[in-house]
Design a protein around this ligand. Structure first.
Ligand code: SF4
Ligand code: MG
Length: 336
């Protein structure tokens, strides 16, 4: 079956305005040729350090701004070139949950009005009784008491507010939800509850999920596949077990080395990345990671590595995989 979402060579370059006339003096290459897919009912996590472009990918999918180029195909239909009017009926198929449950709910609206807005916009309730029924169902789904709908956002804790945001994301009966650092601002114990809720909802409703996060420990616990971004590009995509067990990109390996290993006695190679993430205004030539990569060699400074399949379902953009196996430090396979 074809994937629910397909993203092909997506780019988002923000112009930098400067000079006396406010003319364009350069670009921020925030997203620079990103391709991936998400299957129905699947979670794909998009990970990387802050500023790597992962949130920009999420926003471009939602058309919170138009992509510079590339294609977005939802359920077989291109949506990147639709007008805002044409997008309206499609919007309900993609829900979104942002990081901050405090600022993303209008404090002057009761929960019922916050949720009624999308339900009415999408034409999912013909009358008051149908609306009440939908509101009750949404409260049940996110495990809040049904009378929560008549209360105000400030009456809830952070975790409860994030449940309300999830209810709002589900209001249009989406096929896909985008969670952009959706648990990052929550306390540790609440984090786990919300992640479990998202997983349960996904199974119950058959939802696909794009889980944007910098927190690999959480991702390891809940994802099906992972895409790793560095400076506007995906450097590795793999199923969860392969990515965490035998990463095929030096950047993934470095990110993982900072994540605690669940099993006692097991260890990951410790790699400390030196230097800051370079600016996306002037990304390094060749492999964008070459200024920080512990394995960089001559070719890395000049040739841009393309994603290549190293194992079934595992793709990495790194010249090491063109070397003979004995000279490739990332050639080891998954421990049995
Ligand atoms: Fe490191 Fe070179 Fe691979 Fe880039 S292509 S990740 S610099 S070894
Ligand atoms: Mg972000």
């Amino acid at each position: 079956t074809p994937p629910l979402l397909e993203v092909n060579d997506l780019k988002k370059h923000f112009p930098i305005r400067g000079g006396f006339f406010g003319n364009t003096t350069g670009y921020v290459y925030a997203v620079d040729g990103v391709s991936f897919h998400i299957n129905k009912g699947e979670t794909l996590s998009l990970v990387g350090e802050s500023g790597c472009g992962k949130s920009t990918v999420g926003k471009a999918l939602l058309r919170l701004f138009a992509p510079t180029s590339g294609q977005v195909v939802l359920d077989g239909r291109r949506i990147d070139d639709l007008s805002q009017g044409q997008l309206r009926p499609i919007r309900r198929r993609v829900g979104v949950v942002f990081q901050d449950p405090f600022s993303s709910l209008n404090p002057r609206m009761r929960v019922k009005d916050l949720l009624a807005e999308p339900i009415r916009n999408y034409g999912l309730a013909k009358n008051g009784a149908e609306l009440d029924e939908r509101l009750a169902k949404l409260m049940d789904l996110v495990r809040l008491p049904r009378d929560a709908v008549s209360r105000w956002p400030h009456e809830f804790s952070g975790g409860q507010r994030q449940r309300i945001c999830i209810a709002r994301a589900l209001a249009g009966e989406p096929d896909l939800i985008i969670c952009d650092e959706a648990v990052s601002a929550l306390d540790v114990s609440v984090k786990a509850q919300i992640v479990n809720l998202l997983q349960d909802l996904q199974r119950q409703l058959g939802l696909a999920m794009l889980f944007i996060s910098h927190d690999l420990a959480i991702v390891e616990h809940m994802t099906h596949r992972v895409a790793v971004m560095y400076l506007g590009k995906i450097v590795e995509v793999a199923p969860r077990r392969s990515l965490f067990g035998a990463p095929k990109h030096p950047y993934t390996e470095a990110l993982l080395s900072a994540v605690p290993v669940p099993e006692p006695g097991a260890a990951r190679k410790r790699i400390v990345l030196t230097g800051d993430v370079p600016s996306p205004i002037n990304p390094p030539t060749g492999c964008r990671f070459h200024t920080r990569c512990p394995y960089a060699f001559d070719r890395c400074k000049t040739d841009v590595p393309e994603l290549q399949q190293t194992q079934p379902g595992q793709w990495a953009a790194c010249h090491l995989h063109d070397l003979p196996e004995a000279r490739n430090p990332l050639s080891r396979s998954l421990p049995a």
